[in-house]
Design a protein around this ligand. Structure first.
Ligand code: TYM
Length: 332
C-alpha cells in the first residue's frame, strides 16, 4: 500500500490556503487510499522567534482542526512530531549527507532569513537546517507520496536528493518519495496581495482567510479582495493575479475548473459574492466539528497519544537501519 506523509506547522492560525492546498486532499483522498500519516510539526515552529505557550496552543488547535477537517484516526495516523524522537535522530544523520550550500539555496530559507534580518533579529541555525528535518520527517516513514501545496516542492525535491545520495553512498535505506499537488488551488494567494502566498500569520490581516473566521468575516475579506481595473472576468493567473486567485478559490470550493469559469461572470461583484458564499459553505462543517471537538479535549489528546505510538513503531526500524548503514555501532 502506498505510504503517504504530510505535515503542518503550528506557527499561526491555519488558513484557507492550508485547507485547499493540503488538508482537504488528505481527508478526502489520501486517508482512504493510502497508509497515511499526518503530523503537527512542532519542532519546525521553533526555527523562528516563538512564544512557547503560543506554540503549545497552536499545536493543540492544529490537531483539533485536522480532525475537524475530516481526518479519521481509524483511517490514518495523526500525531505530533516532538512526540516521536526518531525525527530528530534521523535529521542529524541526514545533516551528515547534506551540504550547507544546498541549504542556503532554499527559497524559503532565503525569504525567512531576510525577513528576520530586516527586523533586526538573528537567524536561528535551525532555520537553515529546517529542510533536513523535513526530509527526516518524510524519509523516516518510507514515504512514497507527500501531498503538499506548491510552496513545498523545493523541499521535497531536496528530500529526494538526500535519499538518493544516502542510498548511493551507504546502501539502499530510504524510499525516494515524490510530491503530489492538488490540481486546483495548489498556491492560494493573499487576497490583498495576490502575488504573495496566503500564509499563516499572527494578526491574520484582511488578505488571509482563517479556517475559524466567522462567516461574516470571510464575506468581508473576500468582497474586499484586490482585483484589477479590467471589466471582463477571465482566468489569467499571470496577467490578472487577483482575479485568477478568486476564480481558483471558487473552482476549488465548488469542485470545478477555473478556466471553465472564464466568461461566466459579468461583474467582479457577482464573482466575489459567489466566492464568499462558496468559502463559507466549505468552512461551515469544519467549524461545526471544531466546536464539538473543543468540548472534548480528551478525545484529541487520546488520538495524538495513539498516533505517536503507531508512528514510533514505524519510524524506529528506519532509523536503526540508517544508523547501521552510516557506520554507527549498534547498542548492545
Ligand atoms: P505549512 O505549515 O506552511 O503548510 C502546510 C500545508 O499547507 C500548504 N499551504 C498552501 N497550499 C496552497 N496555498 C497556500 N497559500 C498554502 N499555504 C500553505 C503547504 O504547501 C503544506 O502542504 N514545511 C512544511 C511543513 C512540513 C512538512 C514536512 C510537509 C514539515 N515537515 C514533511 C510535508 C512533509 C510547512 O511549512 O507547511
Amino acid at each position: 500500500m502506498t505510504r503517504v506523509f504530510s505535515g503542518i506547522k503550528p506557527t499561526g492560525h491555519l488558513t484557507l490556503g492550508n485547507y485547499l492546498g493540503a488538508m482537504r486532499q488528505w481527508a478526502a483522498v489520501d486517508q482512504h487510499q493510502a497508509d497515511a500519516l499526518f503530523c503537527i510539526v512542532d519542532l519546525h515552529a521553533l526555527t523562528v522567534d516563538h512564544d512557547p505557550a503560543r506554540v503549545r496552543r497552536l499545536s493543540r488547535q492544529a490537531a483539533t482542526l485536522l480532525l475537524a477537517a475530516g481526518l479519521d484516526p481509524e483511517l490514518c495516523t495523526v500525531f505530533v512530531q516532538s512526540h516521536v524522537d526518531e525525527h530528530a535522530r534521523l535529521s542529524y544523520v541526514l545533516e551528515c549527507v547534506a551540504t550547507d550550500g544546498e541549504m542556503r539555496r532554499m527559497i524559503q530559507y532565503k525569504e525567512k532569513a531576510a525577513r528576520e534580518r530586516e527586523r533586526g533579529g538573528s537567524v536561528r541555525l535551525s532555520l537553515l537546517t529546517y529542510p533536513v528535518l523535513m526530509a527526516a520527517d518524510i524519509l523516516v516513514y518510507g514515504t512514497d507520496e507527500v501531498p503538499v501545496g506548491d510552496d513545498q516542492a523545493q523541499h521535497v525535491e531536496l528530500t529526494r536528493d538526500l535519499a538518493v545520495r544516502f542510498n548511493q553512498r551507504y546502501g539502499h535505506t530510504f524510499v525516494v518519495p515524490q510530491a503530489t499537488h492538488p490540481a486546483v488551488a495548489a498556491r492560494v494567494m493573499n487576497l490583498q496581495e495576490p502575488t504573495s502566498k496566503m500564509g499563516k500569520s499572527d494578526d491574520a490581516g484582511p488578505g488571509i482567510v482563517c479556517l475559524l473566521d466567522e462567516p461574516d468575516v470571510v464575506r468581508k475579506k473576500v468582497m474586499r479582495a484586490v482585483t484589477d481595473s479590467g471589466r471582463d472576468v477571465v482566468y489569467d493567473r499571470t496577467e490578472r493575479p487577483g482575479l485568477g486567485n478568486l476564480l481558483e478559490i471558487l473552482a476549488a470550493c465548488t469542485g470545478g475548473n477555473p478556466s471553465d469559469l472564464s466568461g461566466v461572470y459579468e461583474s467582479y461583484g457577482a464573482l466575489k459574492s459567489d466566492t464568499a458564499e462558496a468559502v463559507v459553505e466549505v468552512l461551515r462543517p469544519v467549524q461545526e466539528r471544531h466546536r464539538e471537538l473543543c468540548a472534548d479535549p480528551g478525545f484529541v489528546e487520546g488520538v495524538l497519544g495513539d498516533g505517536a505510538e503507531r508512528a514510533r513503531a514505524m519510524a524506529r526500524p528506519t532509523v536503526d537501519a540508517a544508523y547501521r548503514a552510516i557506520g554507527l555501532l549498534p547498542a548492545g
